[in-house]
Design a protein around this ligand. Structure first.
Ligand SMILES: Cc1cc2nc3c(=O)[nH]c(=O)nc-3n(C[C@H](O)[C@H](O)[C@H](O)COP(=O)(O)OP(=O)(O)OC[C@H]3O[C@@H](n4cnc5c(N)ncnc54)[C@H](O)[C@@H]3O)c2cc1C
Length: 422
């Protein structure tokens, strides 16, 4: 029987392992972290991501967990609301939704563990084995470090779903091309929910050269992303230190409140004591020109790290998984000898099918960030926008929503083939 080893139990690795095991394919999932609740995991699902989960029959599992829907997007420059976009009500359960990724992963792991073909291992993938010593030899397994010991797992296919700093990518010598992206994110969480009427709104605030994204998360906390242009990060002394202890002197509540309009600012200042220490998240937007070598494939952030803007990472990763399963299922579901050549050809087809959407979404992410950066950099542009806001406001929401279509639903339709069980 075919055996697949997957490195990394994030959204990519765990959903893929789940679907393969559900189809009777032997799969071992290796995860380095001992708990899912790491400093940060993306938590925004777009309609296309929710549809992908529905196809995987995981929507019910998601609905059993705490979530928060976004109904409105509101963008404010220097206190002037210039754009309000409403999510169409008829989208219903497909409206953008904030989830707890750790809770989702925990629940999915439990469900996957009910399949006899699913095996979960704590450990760090730190080596690849090859069929022979030839430089172009096929990958035939991984070396996992677990509790100070090395374990070798043989595999017909190794999948690197180990995130943007992928060890599998490095070990397989698959280069990563970094794209220009101008901003990092300082992540802030405040245990003080907004009034009920504002809890389904995603806010974007710009004041002078600074910008802030804010939303009410699945646990009713207020989460805020203070966008830091890289220039600012390198110039401003305390921020450049990148160390939490150096940031203690900064009055964060006051600093972010200054960007928001008065009522929002008042909320932040009134609940300043509930603000957690900020976490700096370096944003990486990049992609591999080639996602595979014989015997090994990269998926999700390992193949194409996504930026946070318009919550793309989980969504495109879920769609990668669907395409990979469609191509791999017929080859791996075999009771005779596994056709390794057919697997390797499928890897190429998986990349060819997914790459156009990834390139398009990354380009759109850059465009969205560039618009915000231009507004922050140009007082003239901000002034013009403020003057024009009464004129453009009535239709800016519709125009914006139309521009977001591919970032919300994906570039092309991705449909999961039903499981064929022998
Ligand atoms: C600030 C910020 C905000 C974001 N917000 C969103 C959002 O709202 N919505 C969204 O869709 N996306 C968002 N993203 C992007 C999103 O988080 C990622 O694209 C997504 O998590 C990728 O999933 P993944 O499973 O491919 O990788 P990851 O989630 O990174 O998972 C990789 C897993 O592999 C494990 N691992 C690593 N190395 C090894 C190893 N050697 N051996 C074994 N295991 C290993 C890790 O512990 C981890 O569990 C955001 C990103 C950033 C930086």
């Amino acid at each position: 029987m075919a055996h697949v080893v997957i490195a990394g139990a994030g959204v990519t690795g765990l959903t893929l392992a789940y679907l393969l095991a559900q189809r009777g394919i032997e799969v071992t999932l290796v995860e380095a972290a001992t708990q899912f609740d790491r400093v940060f995991r993306g938590e925004g699902l777009m309609p296309g991501g929710i549809q992908a989960l529905e196809q995987m029959d995981l929507l019910k599992l998601l609905q059993e967990l705490p979530t928060q829907q976004i109904h409105t997007w509101e963008f404010v420059v220097n206190d002037r609301a210039f754009l309000q976009a409403r999510e169409p009500e008829e989208l219903g359960i497909y409206r953008p939704t904030l989830i707890s990724q750790p809770l989702f992963l925990e629940a999915l792991l439990k469900r996957a563990q009910t399949f006899p073909c699913f095996h979960f291992k704590h450990g760090t993938v730190q080596g690849l084995n090859h069929e022979s010593d030839r430089p172009d030899a096929r990958v035939s397994g991984v070396v996992v470090r677990q509790a100070g010991q090395e374990v070798t797992l043989t595999a017909d296919l190794v999948i690197g779903a180990d995130g943007r700093k992928s060890a599998v990518r490095r070990l397989a010598d698959l280069p990563l091309e970094k794209l220009d992206y101008d901003a990092d994110v300082l992540w802030l969480r405040m245990a003080a929910p907004l009034p009920e009427s504002d809890r389904h709104t995603f806010y974007g605030f710009i004041r002078e050269a600074e910008s802030l994204g804010a939303y009410t998360a699945w646990d009713n906390s207020l989460k805020m992303a203070y966008i830091l242009p890289r220039e600012q990060l390198s110039q401003e002394q305390p921020l450049a230190q990148k160390q939490r202890q150096d940031w203690k002197a900064i009055d964060w509540a006051n600093r972010i409140a200054k960007i928001a309009p008065p009522s929002f600012a008042q909320h932040i200042r009134a609940h300043a004591d509930t603000l957690d220490s900020p976490v700096l998240l370096n944003v990486m937007l990049a992609r591999c020109p080639q996602w595979y070598r014989p015997g090994v494939l990269l998926l999700g952030d390992a193949a194409h790290p996504m930026a946070p803007i318009r919550a793309q990472g989980i969504n495109v990763a879920l769609r990668d998984v669907i395409v990979a399963v469609n191509h791999l299922q017929p080859i791996l579901q075999t009771e005779t000898e596994v056709n390794l050549g057919a697997i390797d050809s499928a890897l190429q087809n998986i990349q060819s099918e997914r790459q156009p959407e990834i390139i398009r979404c990354q380009d759109l992410q850059r465009q969205e960030q560039d618009h915000a950066t231009q507004l922050c950099r140009s007082p003239l542009l901000r002034q013009m926008l403020m003057l024009m806001s009464p004129v453009i406001r009535p239709f800016s929401g519709k125009v914006w929503m139309a521009r977001q279509h591919q970032l919300r639903f994906g570039v092309r339709s991705v449909l999961l083939d039903p499981p064929v069980l022998s």
